[in-house]
Ligand binder design. Structure first.
Ligand SMILES: [Ca+2]
Ligand SMILES: [Ca+2]
Ligand SMILES: [Ca+2]
Ligand SMILES: [Ca+2]
Length: 659
């Protein structure tokens, strides 16, 4: 039998650094083969996994031997009792990734292939017998986070054009995109709520994305030739102008012009492939929500698709599903590492392990050890890819099992997990919620308004025009990734930098109240009270994130109701010596908020009444240090001013602001 080895490893010379501590296995007992197996096989045997292959972790001493003597020698000796076909490092060893990979122990994991006729369990038992083997892991397979296949889209002549009026681009299907700007058109269902969207309407006046923000779509393939995506794709220029079959940029991947296909590399040769009968277009749909080109007169607009001048975010396709075939732990890990090594600062991940597969963080870390380490790799500050972000951010769908906890990996503290709401601002009937879930976004809901209650985006040949409806936390997740991309773009515009933790905190606190809708809403298909205060921090709002990045405080007010804002909260509590001079409101802000009068200030309290749902900044001026300005013979104060963001919504929020 011919066995293959990755010779790249032998060419590497690397110094050993200390490895992270492994999760300790309780009750290790090597008294019988069965107990050795149980102690070392750390994957859940019930989890779906690949056949004919295993992931094996070797101890540090054996790894040192491999570095010195070569993989072939050590592997032949180590696995002499099993009929294996090939052994290679589970993660390809590259100069770029070596330091962090070693820190995380990724270098000691190997991918062992054997004949499909041998059961994975029996092979694992034989391998586990060796003392050099620390752990044996099945190559576990995740699922995509979408509820249904794509639903064909047919443009209708009769729909209202309200959406057109507010989405400032000429893309013809804007009318169907309540998820971007929801004007409360009842065509989306009688219970539709104005403002139940991602909050880009006013945010787009500040940023619409940036070419240097790369979002890795770890998913099914992105159809990079799609008319509405081609100009939004990340391009590896060296490969684009290079030679076919050659790794022109030397990044370890051949012909990776727009990303890479990590599935079945031997067969696919890494070519992103959507030409599979069972392909649904999931990855293409997700990509279109983040960054389909705005203002190109084609199809849809997207959260971070630019201003119509080719300046939207860039999409990198990291293919980890091919039709119905998912990649395993290993392929997913390689995709995340590739994304980190090749410039992505956001990993957009609408996949996961169903809510019942892993009971807690340690169970997940044991069951998907490579993916976990790859997520640590992606989010390691050493691998940060954008100057405004101290570490990359990974965003996941929470899952569609209507379970009261998030799927993994989203449930991990290092990942953002996204729940889904429909055009009525209520939880989508399928969404997971509760433990491990972090934030809510539009994911669509067929039960509210049928097809149109779902999310319209780019797809693969579902219709003449390559657009389709889908719903799922898979669709909610890219809304948060798109908003995060807007946030990074805006931070860069302002010359600001945030650590990954700071940025995630800003992201997760840039939310509208969703619970007021849950407690007052009506649904027959779901038990609404189960979701109260369990959809994450609230509904993502792009404007509020940009305000937080600016450092401008937001005040939540309810449209149509007079609100009192205590200005001392924003100017300090030395009220006696602060004299408020005026409130300035631009014509644009006046129109956005529907202000009928300029807000008045009395005794430190600003009275404001908005009549529209929208967000805008106003400017308040005051004298700090007395009732008049200093100068001449006067002793007086200094004129100061502050901008305050007024966020006018359909319900009053219980968080932020003061009423
Ligand atoms: Ca390459
Ligand atoms: Ca090439
Ligand atoms: Ca478009
Ligand atoms: Ca989480």
């Amino acid at each position: 039998m011919r066995r293959s080895y990755n010779i790249l490893l032998m060419a590497m010379l690397v110094s050993m650094v200390s490895c992270i501590a492994e999760p300790k296995l309780s009750g290790e007992d090597y008294s019988s083969p069965e107990s050795v197996f149980m102690a070392k096989v750390i994957g859940d045997i019930k989890a779906e996994h690949k056949s004919g292959e295993l992931l094996v972790e070797l101890d540090e001493a054996t790894q040192e031997r491999i570095e010195a003597e070569g993989l072939e020698v050590v592997a032949e000796e180590l696995f002499s009792n099993v009929e294996f076909k090939s052994v290679e490092p589970a993660i390809r060893r590259l100069p770029k990734n070596d330091k962090v990979a070693k820190k995380l122990g990724l270098d000691r994991w190997y991918h062992v292939c054997f004949d499909n006729s041998i059961s994975v369990e029996s092979f694992a038992k034989s391998v586990a017998l060796h003392s050099e083997v620390s752990h044996v892991q099945f190559n576990a397979m995740p699922k995509l986070g979408s509820d249904f296949r794509a639903v064909p889209f047919t443009p209708m002549a009769s729909v209202k054009a309200e959406g057109d009026a507010v989405i400032p681009y000429d893309d013809p299907y804007n009318t169907y995109q309540w998820n971007l700007i929801n004007v409360g058109d009842s065509a989306y269902g009688m219970s539709v709520k104005e403002g139940a969207d991602v909050g880009v309407k006013d945010a787009w006046s500040l940023t619409t994305g940036s070419k240097d923000v790369v979002v890795a779509v770890c998913d099914a393939p992105v159809k990079y030739t799609h008319a509405d995506l081609a100009a939004a794709m990340w391009v590896n220029e060296a490969e684009k102008s290079g030679a076919e079959g050659i790794d022109d940029d030397g990044n370890g991947f051949v012909d990776d012009i727009h990303g890479y296909n990590f599935i079945n590399e031997l067969y696919s040769k890494g070519a992103i492939n959507w030409d599979v009968p069972t392909e649904t277009g999931h990855g293409t749909h997700v990509a279109g929500i983040v960054g389909a080109v705005n203002g190109n007169g084609i199809g849809v607009s997207s959260v971070a698709g630019g201003s119509g001048n080719g300046d939207g975010v860039r999409i990198m396709s990291c293919q980890i599903f091919e039709g119905e075939t998912p990649g395993g732990d290993r392929e997913v890990a390689e995709a995340l590492i590739y994304a980190a090594d090749n410039g992505a600062c956001i990993a957009q991940c609408s996949y996961g392990y169903n809510a019942n597969v892993y009971s807690g963080d340690n169970a997940y870390i044991s069951g998907a050890p490579l993916e976990y380490r790859a997520l640590k790799y992606f989010t390691d500050p050493e691998n940060a890819n954008h100057p405004s972000l101290g570490s990359n951010v990974a965003i996941y769908s929470s899952g569609n099992e209507a379970a009261s906890n998030s799927d993994y990996p989203g449930a991990l503290p290092i990942c953002v997990s996204v729940t889904a709401f429909g055009p009525d601002f209520l939880p989508a009937y399928y969404t997971n919620y509760g433990r491990g879930c972090n934030i809510a976004a539009p994911g669509g809901d067929y039960n509210v308004g049928g097809d149109r209650g779902m999310i319209l985006s780019t797809c693969i040949s579902e219709t003449a025009a390559d657009y389709a409806y889908m719903q799922g936390t898979s669709m909610a997740c890219p809304h948060v990734s798109g908003v995060a991309a807007l946030g990074v773009s805006y931070a860069a515009k302002l010359g600001k930098k945030f650590s990954g933790e700071e940025f995630t905190s800003l992201l997760l606190t840039s939310v509208n109240d969703i619970n007021s809708y849950i407690t007052t809403g009506y649904r027959t298909d779901i038990d609404l009270k189960q979701y109260n205060k369990r959809m994450g921090t609230g509904a993502i709002d792009a404007w509020m994130l940009l305000m937080q990045i600016e450092g401008t405080p937001s005040v939540m007010v309810r449209a149509g109701k007079p609100c009192s804002v205590n200005l001392d909260e924003y100017f300090g509590d030395g009220a006696k010596d602060i004299t408020y001079l005026k409130v300035e409101v631009s014509d644009e802000a006046r129109s956005t908020l529907g202000l009928t009068a300029t807000p008045k200030v009395k005794a430190g309290v600003m009275e404001i009444t908005t009549t529209k749902i929208g967000s805008a900044k106003i400017k308040v001026s005051a004298i700090a240090g007395g009732g008049q300005l200093g100068g001449g013979n006067n002793m007086g104060g200094t004129e100061i001013s502050r901008e305050i963001s007024i966020v006018s919504r359909g319900v009053a929020s219980s968080n932020g602001g003061w009423f």
